[in-house]
Design a protein around this ligand. Structure first.
Ligand code: HEM
Length: 362
């Protein structure tokens, strides 16, 4: 879906969308919290951690479990490693001169990428094959794979096995490092803002009283949601968004844009424009109070893009980030080491150097 255009994209988007509707996300919420509780069980007071590494491991586990349910068993490590290698090598190629080499040239990096893709193909193919084997109902279960297998287009046609595999991998790739990056920046921002952190602890104690959160708590955790929203404003993981090409009659701020012009949108730039966000560099979750004196105009905050190609997983991501912060912050504070991390604008906006923290029980 990410790479398709026109009618092909439209068909795939329509088929995949039902898998991430709010009603489905409700079902995935329990898995998100279970994984977060298990992750926190492995943490200890005083332990030193690489924040991005921790958040990546957690969101990887969640996306694998929500995609494949219990079927994945203990194979998730091999799959997670292969996806990590593929993403790393694609990112590295985009930043290197190899991008200009013809496809048939096999650099060591491309060999690593092809090996990772072969592992992903084989493993995901096996999981789908098991599910569609004679005698089993392919749509059984509450996971994303079941929703992809039961999806039908307006002519009653399902996704082909290859399309199911591709879309499962798309959801996986699009759906974990983005959220892990948001969580990483959120821990950093909370660590530098004792006031925001105290208000978070107060809300978690009041609303949850020590129990793990559930889907229904998402709406009740107002401050936690504002913290996540503000973190997505200050450090939008998708710092620039894939270009649009101007059609006949397109205008920008009233000025005509010549047909065929490529237009990029940058949440990073707009989110730091003082016209929409006074004192834009400051982390202020209270900007998002429903009764704040000045409302933020529509489209000034767009970490998930906008229009027809806007992020399909926005609800999934917001619920996940909120429930994970709520689960982990009830038990631990992450004291990020002193210093201001430099954001590195790769495919995602991430700290240029590993962000290290000390875990402290709350
Ligand atoms: C904080 C986390 C996330 C951020 C910041 C984010 C951001 C984005 C952005 C900016 C786009 C492109 C929008 C455009 O071109 O206008 C996008 C597309 C997409 N995202 Fe996300 N995303 C996140 C999480 C997720 C999750 C959890 C999933 C799935 C479970 C997901 C699935 C997708 C898909 C499938 C597309 C392609 C949509 C299309 O081409 O029609 N994303 N995302």
């Amino acid at each position: 879906m990410l790479l398709s255009r026109g009618a092909d994209w439209q068909r795939k988007r329509a088929l995949v969308q039902p898998a991430v509707r709010p009603r489905q996300v409700r079902g995935y919420a329990a898995t998100m919290v279970e994984c977060a509780v298990a992750h926190a069980d492995g943490w200890r007071d005083g332990r030193r951690v690489d924040v991005m590494g921790e958040m990546n491991a957690l969101t990887q586990r969640i996306i694998v479990r929500t995609l494949f349910g219990g079927d994945v068993g203990d194979r998730d490590r091999a799959l997670a490693d292969a996806v990590a290698v593929a993403q790393r090598e694609i990112g590295a190629e985009l930043r290197s001169v190899s991008l200009f080499l013809p496809g048939w040239v096999r650099t060591p990096a491309r060999r690593r990428l092809l090996a990772a893709v072969a592992t992903i193909d084989a493993e995901v193919g096996r999981l789908i094959g098991d599910r569609t084997a004679a005698g089993t109902d392919p749509a059984r279960g509450d996971d994303l794979l079941a929703r992809l297998l039961e999806a039908r287009d307006d002519k009653g046609r399902p996704l082909s096995p290859r399309e199911v595999r591709d879309e499962a991998v798309t959801l996986w790739a699009a759906g974990h490092e983005t959220t892990a990056t948001t969580l990483t920046w959120t821990w950093y921002l909370l660590s530098r803002s004792p006031q925001a952190r105290d208000r978070l602890s107060e809300e978690l104690a009041r609303v949850l009283g020590g129990r793990p959160p559930g889907y229904d708590d998402y709406e009740r955790l107002h401050w936690t949601r504002q913290v996540v929203k503000e973190s997505l404003r200050v450090y939008p993981p998708a710092w620039t968004i894939s270009p649009a090409v101007a059609h006949e009659g397109a205008t920008l701020g009233g000025a005509p844009v010549p047909v065929g012009t490529t237009v990029w949108c940058s949440p990073w730039t707009t989110h730091r424009d003082p016209r929409w966000f006074p004192d834009p560099e400051a982390f202020r979750p209270e900007r998002w109070d429903p009764d704040a004196p000045t409302a933020v105009p529509d489209h000034a905050w767009f970490p998930f893009g906008g229009g027809r190609r806007a992020c399909l997983g926005a609800r999934f991501a917001l619920v996940e980030a909120t429930l994970l912060i709520a689960t982990l912050a009830q038990r631990f504070h992450l004291h990020v080491d002193p210093g201001e991390p430099t954001p590195h604008p790769g495919i995602l906006l991430q700290p240029a150097e590993p962000l290290r923290a000390t875990l402290r029980t709350s």
